[in-house]
Write a protein that binds this ligand. Structure first.
Ligand code: GTP
Ligand code: MG
Length: 196
């Protein structure tokens, strides 16, 4: 598909270091270990495009991948990782909020959460910010392969219910990088945001 064209463009320690703010950007955010980097690799059919790890907090830089001159995917550092010093957490939360509010090219936010532990406080804060900023959100319940289909549906319905409270454009889907479940759904939401 279109997403296989993704190429690493640049890394930045924070959003102030991102220069060009043209075209369309879609960012992947979520708790450490939620499966952001894995989802990007699955989407782009590239094993090692984004670095994945069993150790939470692996992605510490904002990594930008280019699809074409007008379109970019963004792998954001995870939040909620206990081992990170408080000062760093606060700094990151500030710059994440700033990115959501000020980045003109940002046209959609994928919030990834482990389907077994969805919608923690920080996830809710993030969705709140995005909705406030007028951004459409895809809440992606990752690692769906970890649950049987009954329990999977149960979790999906629970998060859909919770998402209604935000009164914004919040879509909920399940996804697995391992089984590729939900890959078509992810692509069709991204296609809309990228206007493909
Ligand atoms: P940070 O960069 O630390 O914020 O983490 P991340 O959100 O980028 O997570 P990453 O993609 O590195 O994956 C974290 C761990 O979850 C790795 O051990 C992955 O192999 C595992 N994982 C990711 N996606 C899936 C999935 O769909 N199914 C299963 N079973 N494991 C997964
Ligand atoms: Mg990562």
């Amino acid at each position: 598909t279109y997403y296989t064209k993704a190429k690493f463009l640049t890394s930045a320690p924070d959003i102030r270091h991102l220069k060009m703010d043209e075209g369309i950007e879609v960012a992947f955010a979520g708790r450490s270990n939620a499966g952001k980097s894995s989802a990007l690799n699955t989407l782009t059919r590239q094993k090692n495009l984004a670095r994945t790890s069993k150790t939470p907090g692996r992605t510490q830089l904002i990594n930008i991948f280019e699809l074409d001159e007008q379109r970019r995917l963004v792998d954001l550092p995870g939040y909620g990782y206990a081992q990170v010093p408080v000062a760093m957490k606060q700094k990151w939360q500030r710059s994440l909020g700033e990115y959501l509010q000020k980045r003109k090219s940002l046209k959609g936010l994928v919030v990834l959460m482990d389907i077994r532990h969805p919608f923690k406080d920080l996830d809710q804060d993030l969705v709140h910010w995005a909705v406030d900023a007028g951004l459409p959100v895809l809440a992606l319940l990752t690692k769906s392969d970890k649950l049987k289909s009954g329990k999977r549906k149960e979790q999906l319905m629970m998060v859909e219910e919770a998402a209604l409270a935000f009164c914004g454009d919040v879509t909920v889907k399940t996804f697995s990088s391992l089984s590729r479940q939900g890959l078509g759904d992810l692509e069709s939401v991204l296609n809309q945001w990228f206007k493909l």
